[in-house]
Design a protein around this ligand. Sequence first.
Ligand code: ADP
Length: 652
Amino acid sequence: MSSVKKHEFKTEIRQILNLIINSLYSNKEIFLRELISNASDAIDKLKFKSQTDADIIEADTEFKIKIKADSFNNTLEITDNGIGMTYEEVMQNIGTIAKSGTIEFLNSMKEANNKEAISAEMIGQFGVGFYSAFIVAEKITLITKAAKNQKGVKWESSGDGSYTIEEVEKEKRGTSITLHLKKIDKDEENFTDEFTIKRIVKKHSDFIRYPILMDVEKDEPVKNPVLDKDGKPIEGQTEKVIKEETLNSMKAIWAKSKQDITEEEYTEFYKHIARDWNAPLAKLHFKLEGATEYDALLYIPSKAAADLFQPDKKHGVHLYSRRVFVMDDCEELMPSYFRFIKGVVDAADLNLNVSREILQQDFLIKNIKRNLVKKIFDLLSSLEEEKFIAFYKEFGNALKEGVHTDWENKDKIADLIRYKTTKSKDKLISLKEYTANMKPDQKDIYYITGDNLSMLINSPHIEKLKDKNYEVLLMTDPIDEWVVQALTKYDGKPLKSAEKGDIDIDNKEDEKEIEDKTDQPKDYDELFQYIKSELSDKIKNVKASVKLKDSISCLSGDAYDMSAYMEKIMQASGQKIPTSKRVLEINVNHSAFKKINNTYQNNKKSEDIKRIIKALYDLALISEGGKIDNPSEFNKTVSKLMNYALQSVETE
Ligand code: ADP
C-alpha cells in the first residue's frame, strides 16, 4: 500500500479556487448539479466503454447516484457506480486543473483586472465542475475505484492550496465524494436538509437519466402496535423508518425518439414544465444534427397565461445541455412575441455555467434561436384552420408585436395575422384572403381602427368604400395601431387607413363632381369659410368629402396623423398627446347640408347655424367613438332640431 502523498496545487489553481468560492457565492446550490452531472457522465462513460469491453461491468449493474445527508456530522455524500478513476486519473483530473481554457481564463481575468468583471459569468465560460463544491465544503474527501482496478484512491483537500492522495481499499467500482460542509448561519440554506436537497435536484437535475436516490426518514405505522381492550390497535402509533427515495423523474423525454413517446407522456411533460392544467394546443419535437446539435421539445399552450402582457412576463423555454439543466425561462432562445412558447432546448455543446450575458452573444444560441423561430412559423402555418384560429384568439396579439420588432420575419407574421372585415361577418380572414377578394379596380388594402366592431362597420369613413363593394379590415386591438405603422404593404399592395385623408377611391363620378366644384367657386365656399372660422380651435380645414354617402360629416387626418383610436389609446394610458387638428369633411350632397347652406345664405348671423356647425363637428366625433366637449349643449341643439323637424311634419 502506498503512503499518503501531499501535493501542492499549482498557483493558478489556488487563484481559481479563491475566485470560485467568492464569485459563485450567491448561487451556491449549483455545486450539487455539478457533482450529479459528473456522476452521470461517469456512468455514461462506463456504459459507453462496455460496448467494446463487455466485462467492464462485471457487477453492480443497477446504475444510480446516491445522496447521503448527515446533519449530525454536517456532511453530504454523493456516490455513483460509474467508471471511477485510477490514481493517475485523480492526479490528472482532480489534482490539477489540466483543462484547456484555464490559462485563457487566467489571462482574461488579468485583462479584466477589475473585481466586478470577474464574475460568475466569466467563471462559467470555463466550467468549474468539481471545484464548485468548495463553495459549500471546508473539506472534500473523494474515494474512487476505476472499473477493473484492484485498488481504490482517496483524495482529500481543504481547498487551501494542497491535497493528499493515497491508495485505499474500496470494494465497489465508482466514486464517492464527501463534502464536509462549512458551518452556516441560521438564515443560510442547509444542504443536509432533505427538502433543500429535493428542491435542488428537482430544479437542476430532474431529467438526469439515472436515478438520484436518497435515504429519507418516514413515519410509518408500527409493525406490532399496542392493542386496546377490544383488541384494536391504538391509533397514532408510528415509528421512524429509513426509506430510499428517487428524487428525479428521469424523464428527459425530449432526448427520446418520437416513436417512443406516447401522447400522454408528451402532455404530462408539458403540464409539468408549463405548470398548466390544460393540455397543450400543439407541440414541436425535433432533433437537429450537424454543426449545431440540439434537441427541442416545444409546446404552444391552449390558453394564454393571465400575465402574457405584463412587462415582467417570463419566457417559457428552459435550456439544458446533455440533459443537465442550465437555465430556465431562457429569453435568448425566443423572440419576445413567442414568449408564450413552453418547452426545453437541449444543446449538446453548451457550457453548464453559461450566463445570460454570454448567451446573448453566443453564436450557437443565435443559430438555435433562428432555427427554432423558423420551425415555429412552419408549425403555425401548417396548423389546420380551426386550431390556428384557437391559437390566434389566445396569442394573436402577442404575435402581432413581431411585425414591429422582427423585421426578418415580418412577412411571415403578416401571412398569419387575421382580421374581421366589413364582409367577413364574424370570420377572421388573412391578408392573403383579403387580397384575393380585392375588386379589379382596387389598388389598396383598406383598414379602419377603433375599439369596437359595430362602430367601425358603421363608420362614416367607410361609407363610400362599402358602396364600391370594397372590403375593409376592421382592426379593434390597440396593438393594430403599431401593426399598421410597420406593415405598410402586403403582397406589394399598400395598406391605407380609411380614416386618413389620402385614400384614393377610384370613383370617377364623385371625383368629377368634386373636381368641378373645386375648380370654380362653389355656393358653399362661403359657408365653408364660416365653418372654418367658427371651429378654428378644433379643425384645420373644411372640405367636401369623397368618402361620405349617408352621413353628413366626418373628421379625417393626413396620412401621417395619429388616428382617432391611437389618440384614444394614448389618452387612456395617461400620455400627453400633441394636439393635432384634423379636417372636417362635409357631405355636400347631403340634403341637410343643402338646407344648412340655404339658411346660412338667408341669414349669415343665424344663431341656429352656429349651433348646427358645432353639431356637425360633434356628430363627426361621436361617429368615431370620440368624446364631445359639451354634451349638454349638443343635447340642446339636437332637441331644438327635433322640435323644428316635428313642427314641419305637423304643418305638412
Ligand atoms: P468537467 O466535468 O467539466 O470535466 P470537473 O472538474 O467537474 O470538470 O471534473 C474533472 C474531471 O474529473 C472530469 O472530466 C472527470 O474525468 C473526472 N471526474 C469528476 N467527477 C467524476 C466522477 N464522479 N467519476 C469519475 N470521474 C470523475
